[in-house]
Design a binder for this molecule. Structure first.
Ligand SMILES: Nc1nc2c(ncn2[C@@H]2O[C@H](COP(=O)(O)OP(=O)(O)OP(=O)(O)O)[C@@H](O)[C@H]2O)c(=O)[nH]1
Length: 294
């Protein structure tokens, strides 16, 4: 039984979910359970939903990001992935070769924050006979999959809660983190890939875009997987024709939003910049192939 604080009242309310996977079979009862929790909103600041180590975050993110009934009371703040610093590279390497355990890649690809845990074990390894992974190498590995995620280091997952709560990673109106896209990104630009690994690519181009064509283009990419792109997550900023507003783009799998967020500043360099996380095949070198409306 669970007590509400030390010596506190016994917690009597339970929300029981049917047996099954939270990202597929019990997805809808999860939404109902959250709605019940929200009824007691005065007592709730955050809901932390911990999935199994084998979960694919995409279906949950889709349900929680845009569910109309939930939208007003609950919002998806961020997806946090804990990575085991001691085993990360070995595991990703093994699964990259064999194509097994895609969830490891998905969990990094969808993460807004990656907690790189057990870094104390890296420093211990230095005394050992084999070359240890350095924090820098591991960060590079994570960034090659997802260059948008914030990476924080921890021992026994002791982290500053300010780093993982109120990230507003799915809030299109919260432009601050999207505006970092205006700066240089760590990610690769489009080119031809011969493998089919999960990675981040960043495409930027000047000129203005026509909003209706942006929608068609995104639907081609996200719904039809055109241009050999299987996109998990996408963020971007757009310079829309005949608009003085900077528009932001967010997408999780097939769901996406394009919204005006703020006025472009006087003298500000107006660009279109899209960051895609996913699998890419046969991409061409020139980014102009991605902005056909120019
Ligand atoms: N040295 C060290 N040990 C850790 C750290 N975090 C967890 N451990 C230990 O590692 C062992 C395995 O724990 P985890 O890797 O968290 O695995 P788990 O408990 O199965 O976690 P799940 O993946 O959530 O199921 C336990 O004995 C932990 O005490 C850390 O940062 N440093």
């Amino acid at each position: 039984m669970i007590n509400d604080g030390e010596g506190g009242d016994l917690v009597e309310e339970w929300v029981e979910l049917a047996n099954g996977c939270v990202c597929c079979t019990v997805k809808h009862s999860l939404v109902q359970a959250l709605e019940q929790l929200i009824q007691r909103k005065d007592r709730l600041d955050h809901i932390l939903l911990e999935t199994t180590g084998l979960a694919n975050p995409a279906p949950l993110a889709s349900v929680l990001w845009l569910d109309d009934q939930l939208e007003s009371s609950v919002r998806l703040d961020s997806i946090i992935t804990v990575a085991d610093a001691k085993n990360l590279r070995l595991q990703l390497g093994e699964h990259r070769e064999s194509g097994s355990f895609p969830e490891a890649f998905l969990q990094i690809a969808f993460a807004d924050v990656v907690i790189l845990n057990k870094i104390d074990l890296l420093s211990l390894d230095k005394a050992g006979p084999t070359m240890p992974d350095s924090v820098e190498i591991l960060e590079e590995e994570i960034r090659s999959i997802n260059s948008l995620a914030q990476i924080i280091h921890s021992v026994r997952c002791q982290v500053d809660l300010n780093c993982i709560l109120n990230c507003m990673a799915y809030d299109t109106m919260h432009v601050a983190h999207l505006e970092s896209l205006l700066k240089e990104s760590h990610s690769e630009t489009a080119k031809k890939y011969h493998d089919y690994n999960v990675r981040t690519i960043c495409i930027s181009e000047r000129g203005s875009v026509i909003l209706s064509q942006v929608h068609l283009w995104l639907e081609d990419l996200l719904w039809e997987s055109k241009h050999g792109m299987d996109i998990y997550r996408c963020k971007g900023i757009l310079h829309v024709h005949s608009s003085d507003q900077l528009h932001t783009v967010q997408a999780v799998r097939e769901l996406y939003e394009v919204v005006p967020t703020r006025k472009w500043g006087d003298g500000e360099k107006k660009i279109n910049k899209m960051v895609f996380i996913g699998k890419f095949k046969d991409l061409l070198h020139s980014s102009s192939h991605f902005f056909p409306w120019n």
